[in-house]
Ligand binder design. Sequence first.
Ligand code: HEC
Ligand code: HEC
Length: 226
Amino acid sequence: MSISKFFKAAGIMVLLVALACIYTGYANASADEGKKIFAGKKCGDCHKTEGPAAEKTFEDKLKKKGPDLWFAGSKFKKEWLGEWMENPQAIRPLEYNSIEKTNPGNHPKLAKKEAGDVADYLMTLTSKDVQTGAVQEGQSNIQGKLAFEKKVSCFSCHKYKKLDKVVGGLTGPSLADAGKRLQGDWIYAYLKNPKAFIPVKRMPVYENIINDGEMKGISQYVTTFK
Ligand code: HEC
Ligand code: HEC
């Protein structure tokens, strides 16, 4: 390499590193701002942002006003989070903690900039119980599909799209757009050890019903739902 080429390459490297630093600084500032917005809008009245989960009994669960967000950064996809907080749509077909009332879909809204900042903040809340890189996202998985549809009938409680139609039960959150919303690694961690995230649950524990490969396969399959 000639000297001038070397200096050109070095210059580009310095520029890239500087841009990366500016970007990281920007994301941190935005997460700090998001944390302030979250507190100011009293989102914490309904959402827990510090783990571990606190509920021990069904009564504790029924007292909760909204799902925990202390593992939001491991559970959700950032782009979806920002878009949803700006324009929230019902995720659970039934009202939170109810088994009979329809979800009114009246979640508080944030302006675009606020939603982006809060998404940056929520993405900093991760759980050590989620192993990253365990699930290959977005690729169809036949073993997972069979388990989801036949062996354990996940769709008896969860909506999903089949032949372009949304079908499935009402008890659990809709999985119809789960591939845009959820991280495959979190789905797998949740299936393996649901109590780490939701200790008092209405979803069955699948530990001795499906094996590890099937759990990974199902998680991969669910990330294809868009
Ligand atoms: C009165 C209680 C209440 C308040 C206040 C509230 N939320 Fe929620 N939040 C809920 C409920 C209930 C859900 C479930 C909605 C659904 O399933 O459609 C939810 C869902 C969410 C979700 C998706 C989580 C999941 O597991 O599905 C996020 C993210 C969220 N809220 C962020 C916020 C932010 C940010 C604020 C403040 C601007 C806020 N919430 C204020 C009750 C509340
Ligand atoms: C008996 C009903 C039922 C069955 C069957 C069931 N689930 Fe669930 N699932 C739930 C409920 C209820 C929740 C909400 C958490 C809670 O309250 O326990 C949930 C939560 C989830 C979530 C988190 C969704 C979110 O947005 O928070 C995923 C992912 C999930 N289930 C996947 C599955 C898969 C995969 C299967 C099949 C292996 C399955 N579920 C079978 C009831 C069920």
